[in-house]
Design a binder for this molecule. Sequence first.
Ligand SMILES: [Zn+2]
Length: 169
Amino acid sequence: MAVKKVVKFGHPALRTISDDITDFSNINQLVTDLFDTMYEFDGIGLAANQIAVTKRIFVVDISHTEECDSPMVFINGEIEEGDGSVIDSEGCLSLPDIRINVERFKTIKYTYLDENLDKHSREFSGLLSTVIQHENDHLNGKIITDFATPADLLKYDKALKLMKSENER
Ligand SMILES: [Zn+2]
């Protein structure tokens, strides 16, 4: 069991474009750390740079829904195609108590390696599609405040400034 610290808004790791994983020797430990940390903080997805590891890997567990019955690992993933659009309110473990409406593709085709390093190219829709796009954004240094309206930024100004200052301490 290794629960890691989740870095918050203002931490440089969240703005880093993560590198593809080429050395898979410690992958099992990293996967375990990601799941342990995600479950500890009740998340449904967690990208490695949220625990300050700037590698292209994230985990997702939406097994509380009927869409998917097991946790999933996505390594070196890439959105191949996107179709349609949906807008939903999203939160993020790196931005506690903040909700932003984000427009996403409705369906995506995503290519990735799973925890056994088997390659998949699959279509995703529903919540899984949205979560994968959210986590994939993390790998590219993008976070939900990038989708914020001026009204959102005004509403969360104090909370964001506080998070930023806590990182600098
Ligand atoms: Zn997030």
